[in-house]
Write a protein that binds this ligand. Structure first.
Ligand code: MG
Length: 253
């Protein structure tokens, strides 16, 4: 649960909180636990909905400014001819990122969370109704920029990817272990800046910090400015899509 900043309540689940209180759940812990159980149920529903349409959903998490939207722009421009992609964008305010994605020629739904520092399964469920899932291959969910709370909420995604930019410091996996432990892939972004950072960010140290968390998740070095330096990310994505394609999944109803 998000026991760090008390941000569990969002526009997406507030109606459930009112219902829990109305049923006598006055105790704050009881209400929070009920909401998180509901979130997990909603996430499972989202995932089965995506499975039925054979859409692979990837949740992108990072600090603000690590390059999630920039990565998506470059990914869509490089892979958009081969793959049918859509994006759900999460930010506290503005439609800026969704507009950037639409400018790349793919559908995007913006979720404005207001004061909430993460997406939750109810918000994503509502956003899914704004997308045509038939024919989609890949759905990216760009979470709110935050290395803490997004890790605590299942959205119904299949994979978690966490970005760590070279301007943030290579000790972040040690400082924010939960989000890195829950990642299926870690992307070290903005590696084109390594030359000017003069050793302040050491990719080897960042990867070692991830390994000390006990996760086997690959750690890839990329730069969204250069499609050639995104090749490892594209290979990983294609590998995940191939695994999904060969998996036994329910047919769309
Ligand atoms: Mg963004």
């Amino acid at each position: 649960m998000c026991d760090t900043c008390g941000c569990t309540l969002t526009d997406g689940n507030s109606r459930h909180a009112h219902a829990l209180r109305a049923r006598g759940g006055e105790d704050a812990v009881e209400v929070l636990t009920g909401l998180l159980d509901m979130n997990d149920r909603q996430a499972a529903h989202n995932r089965s909905h995506l499975d039925a349409h054979r859409v692979l959903a990837v949740n992108l998490m990072s600090s603000p400014g690590a390059g999630k939207t920039r990565l998506l722009e470059s990914t869509i421009r490089s892979l958009g001819a081969d793959l049918r992609i859509a994006v759900i964008e999460g930010d506290l305010e503005t439609e800026n990122d969704a507009e950037r994605i639409r400018d790349c020629g793919v559908p995007a739904v913006q979720i404005s969370t207001g004061t909430a520092c993460h997406l939750d399964a109810h918000l994503v469920h509502d956003a899914l109704h704004g997308l045509k899932l038939d024919g989609l291959d890949l759905l990216f969910i760009e979470n709110v920029g935050n290395l803490v709370c997004p890790a605590s909420f299942d959205l119904g995604q299949h994979l978690n990817v966490t970005l760590l930019s070279t301007t943030e410091g290579d000790d972040k996996p040690a400082k924010y272990p939960v989000i890195f432990r829950r990642s299926d892939l870690v992307l070290l972004t903005k590696t084109d800046l390594l030359a000017v950072l003069d050793g302040e960010f050491d990719p080897g140290r960042a990867e070692a910090a991830v390994r000390r968390l006990g996760t086997e998740a690959p750690v890839l070095r990329v730069s969204a400015r250069d499609p050639d330096r995104l090749a490892p990310w594209f290979d990983w994505l294609r590998g995940q899509l191939a695994r999904r394609a060969s998996a036994s999944l329910p047919e769309a109803s």
